[in-house]
Design a protein around this ligand. Structure first.
Ligand code: COI
Length: 355
């Protein structure tokens, strides 16, 4: 498929103050868009000026939420060049999500090239300050106007770009987590491992409750026994327990995070034993009280590695360390990962793709 590059009609000013970038609020001048029609396949791929869509009010995504998205980042490296982090993994996950949501798959090589080309054209939007990056949001939505419940016959697949700073206002300051004993995020057989909007919509009620009580994020327990740790709102979760890195296994209800994968690989290289196993809420509280659990952190493209300072479940709170200082191992993982992403050290894994 060819890709057309349409001229830019209006140029937005670049962010004036990179230190005050809010996550996902500002977008670059251009976007990528291609369209799908059953019988015709993907067509009309183009890089075009960023603009709102005209969608039919009956567009199926607006009624039945048939949609998927991804999140990856482009980094401005020490030498001024721009690199993407494991972009092929995101594209592969996008297609796994498409299959689960009965949406058409994309040609992975073509889509990867399209993402790279868009970032290259928008290169000046990749911020330069410490901790900033260009967040890339590939998305697919069902556009067919139809109120019957079935997979749509028409789709948009698009990519937008947003210059971002830290996901949390506090930067690398440890976050406070509230564990929900009532709401659940995903059950076995559902769509928990898919990056689909419905999972996030379903999480908002508990997230709002948590925010009202002064917490940053919700930690979800498994849907069946409400006993085992699953994941946090916008990140996977890892614990340093008995000196081992322990994290929930991938069994269909949590996201197969690319940062999670990277962090597990780095931890193994640092000589840490890694256990992907069910970890109960009781173990968290007992471990924190006995000192066996020393650190906890979330991982995700948006948050990178985000230290956790305390957990609250019902009327019980445990604080890790002083609750305010990032643990040594968490900091080491954050530094190692971001050093690779920003090109401050060599990348022995082949994770980084320069443009
Ligand atoms: C990401 O980390 O890229 C995410 O998609 C999380 C989020 C902001 C929903």
């Amino acid at each position: 498929m060819d890709m057309e590059i349409l001229p830019l009609t209006e140029k937005k000013p670049l962010p004036k103050d990179e230190s005050s970038l809010v996550f996902g609020k500002e977008f670059t001048d251009r976007m990528f868009l291609m369209e799908y029609q059953t019988g015709r396949g993907w067509h009309s791929a183009r890089i075009k000026p960023y603009a709102p869509f005209i969608l039919d009010p009956a567009a199926m995504v607006l009624h039945y939420a048939q949609e998927i998205f991804e999140g990856l980042k482009a980094f401005r490296r020490e030498d001024g060049t721009v690199a993407l982090f494991r972009p092929a993994d995101n594209v592969a996950r996008f297609n796994r999500g498409a299959r689960r949501m009965c949406m058409p798959e994309v040609d992975e090589a073509f889509f990867l090239e399209a993402i790279k080309k868009l970032v290259k054209i928008e290169e000046e939007w990749v911020p330069r300050s410490e901790g900033t990056s260009l967040y890339i949001r590939p998305t697919m939505i069902a556009t067919e106007p139809m109120l019957g419940v079935r997979p749509a016959d028409q789709y948009y697949c698009y990519v937008i770009l947003s210059p971002v700073g830290a996901y949390y206002k506090g930067g690398l300051a440890p976050v406070k987590i509230w564990i929900s004993d009532h709401h659940v995020r995903a059950a076995h057989g559902g769509t928990g491992e898919v990056k689909t909007g419905g999972n996030y919509a379903a999480s908002l009620y508990a997230a709002r409750e948590a925010a009202a009580k002064g917490y940053d994020q919700v930690l979800w327990l498994d849907a069946k026994e409400k006993k085992y740790i699953e994941e946090v709102g916008s990140m996977n979760i890892c614990f340093l327990y008995d000196g081992k890195l322990v994290t929930s296994p991938l069994h269909g209800t949590i996201l197969d995070g690319i940062t999670r994968r990277s962090v597990l690989a780095l931890a193994r290289e640092m000589g840490r034993e890694v256990e992907e196993r069910a970890l109960s809420i009781d173990e968290i509280f007992a471990g924190a009280e006995s000192g066996r659990l020393t650190e906890a952190f979330g991982t995700g493209t948006a948050v990178v590695v985000s230290p956790i300072g305390q957990f609250t479940y019902r009327d019980k709170t445990v604080v890790l360390g002083d609750g305010k200082t990032t643990g040594e191992f968490t900091k080491k993982l954050y530094d190692t990962l971001t050093d690779i992403q920003y090109g401050r050290v060599p990348d022995p894994h082949g994770w980084v793709e320069t443009l």
